[in-house]
Design a protein around this ligand. Sequence first.
Ligand SMILES: *Cc1c(COP(=O)(O)O)cnc(C)c1O
Length: 351
Amino acid sequence: MTKADNKTDWKWQIANRITTMEELSRYVDLSDDECAALNGSGALAFAITPYYAGLLENDALRRTVLPSMNEQFAVAGELEDPLGEENHRASQHLIHTYPDKVLFLATSFCSTYCRYCTRSRIVGKAGPQAGYEDSFAYIAAHPEIRDVLISGGDPLTLTDSVIDGLLGRIRSIPHVRTVRIGSKVPAVLPMRITDHLCEVLRRHRIWLSLHFTHAAELTPETASACRRLADHGVQMVSQTVLLKGVNDSYEALSELFYGLLEIGVKPYYLLQCDPVKGSAHFRTSVERGVELIRSLHGNLSGLAVPQYVIDAPGGGGKVPLLSMDQVRRVGNEIIVTNHTGHAYRYPDPAE
Ligand SMILES: *Cc1c(COP(=O)(O)O)cnc(C)c1O
């Protein structure tokens, strides 16, 4: 194999992403629905790394990354920006919803796009190209910010030198105590986790918040990427979106959470799926989510149980749920109250 065709090179994986029906059909037998969706003009970007395409015999993973015609149906209560992030935009790259912490959207690029992405309005689209200077200045001018969460898009698709520079600038702001990076790279592009990248992350004392959906993602390549990070002293937690027909069972979730612990990743959040436009086919009822988290709490190692949260639509923030007593159903909506006592409505059709 020549260097230019080295599948273990992350840059090769990105340069050879699958973006068309023809390329995809070399990996999977496509259904009529998938072909129609791939031929149509969906709102959400489509791309999959060749590495991840190799895992798509698994139906659960397949549903998370292959387009479906269901995406083209918007139902009542769905929004382009379900968390109202644009109302909290502090600069070109910053969303400042909670006083203590700021979301730094460092890139709109992902190596692989998830079909339920809460930021589908932004990802895979060329946004304005201004640099990060305004964002550094904003953080420096706001001493209440103690936690910077770098997300996107997927920040670990940037080069080592861009990541190093970005982290260096943020770390030089004295009131910033914690810096996190949100990424799905260990699941979709594990060869990106090189020793050099691990050293950069270790040097800046970064926490990683990793997106995992299903135990089928925990391949030997992904396990070795996470172990390499752990060996370099990089702390890792996971975020999982609860998805109908993908991971909405006790078995699927417990297998995933124990598997994550085994590779050094602490399950952090199980997120109720945000009501982003075209995601109704992915959403489970809140009742089902509460039932699942209760049985996980009742059985699993406490370390394996994440917090189940619903991100209150319209910018109410994350609300941890442990019981249906915390919410109220009114017709086809769930009313959830955040820490300030404000009520927010989440679309959740009655069964
Ligand atoms: C989820 C989120 C964060 C981080 O929240 P944690 O609960 O601290 O993990 C920060 N900003 C925004 C806008 C978020 O949605």
